[in-house]
Design a protein around this ligand. Structure first.
Ligand code: CP
Length: 308
């Protein structure tokens, strides 16, 4: 592969290769010397048109740990503010010979469009409500480490499915690895095509969580709702917020995940989010660096030697 635009393009073997290599990078990142120079001499540019804490920081750290020269585009002070288009920005940066572009954009499909206009490898760091492939991969690594496998598990993805690229990438990955996927949400927060997504649909948290191995909570993405259905936080928490009582319906060893950023008291009770026996939320962040190191290492193996 030259790019990582979505989980859709990955087969089971691709996913396993990425996760196996990421395990090496988990170990490396826990050492005092965290560096391995597999991207030495390469240039990585991170372009985030939407806000990010975890994804941007972990791509920057991942690139630096692998020895790349990493540049974070500061969009607030860029010519985007003067009306330059996404494609003109990409073509301009491409002329500076980057090897890896990491791109987040508010429109579904924008990162794939950009990838057609540049010569380097492109990694999708989240496009609209379409895909967030490295999030699904880091979630998969977290699950595999806790459950000892990544197949024949029952995973519930709960909350704002409609606006969530994290949900779409996770549903694709988990189905590809032959798991059972449930979505739990009010009808207004489900996409119209949910019946074709290969998931079981529940509108009741207690029924949907019954016997699951993994509980994946999603943020209520109010910034994407534009006046449509915006439930009150209190009402939403009462019906769909994960608290200890609702979690008691899952398997006793079920893990609780959240991609972040969390809205405490809206989709998740702080007591559950911070429960060291159930919550793996901070471990997801750790796996994010390792998975991004693995993805960039594998893509860099396909970068041609321009001097040849
Ligand atoms: N999970 C995730 O993508 O977080 P950020 O928006 O902070 O990058």
């Amino acid at each position: 592969h030259r790019h990582l635009l979505g989980i859709e393009a990955l087969g089971r073997a691709d996913i396993e290769t990425i996760l196996d290599l990421a395990e090496d990078y988990v170990a490396l990142s826990r050492q005092r010397d965290k560096k391995r120079a597999v991207l030495k001499g390469l240039t990585q540019i991170n372009i985030f048109f939407e806000n990010s804490t975890r994804t941007q920081a972990s791509f920057e750290l991942a690139g630096k740990r692998l020895g790349a020269d990493v540049m974070n585009m500061s969009l607030a002070s860029s010519s985007i503010k003067k009306g330059e288009t996404l494609i003109d920005t990409a073509v301009t940066l491409n002329a500076m010979h980057p090897d890896l572009l990491v791109v987040r954009h508010q429109h579904s499909g924008a990162v794939a469009l950009l990838a057609k206009k540049v010569n380097c490898s492109v990694i999708n760091a989240g496009d609209g409500r379409h895909e967030h492939p490295t999030q699904a991969l880091l979630d998969a690594l977290t699950i595999r480490r806790h459950k000892g496998r990544l197949h024949r598990l029952t995973v519930a993805i709960c909350g704002d499915i409609n606006h969530s690229r994290v949900a779409r990438s996770n549903i694709t990955l988990l189905n590809r690895m032959e798991n059972r996927v449930r979505v739990i949400a009010p009808p207004t927060l489900l996409p119209t095509g949910v019946g074709r997504m290969g998931v079981e649909v529940f509108h009741d948290m207690r029924k949907g969580l019954e016997g699951v191995d993994v509980v994946m909570m999603l943020r209520l993405q109010q910034e994407r709702m534009q006046g449509a259905f915006i439930p009150s936080n209190r009402e939403y928490f009462h019906r769909f917020g994960l608290d200890e009582e609702k979690l008691s319906h899952a398997r006793p060893d079920a893990i609780v995940m959240h991609p972040g950023p969390m809205n405490r008291g809206v989709e998740i009770d702080p007591n559950v989010a911070d429960d060291p026996k159930r919550s793996v939320i901070q471990e997801q962040v750790e796996m994010g660096v390792a998975v991004r190191m693995a993805v960039m290492d594998l893509l860099a193996r396909n970068i041609p030697n321009m001097a040849a």
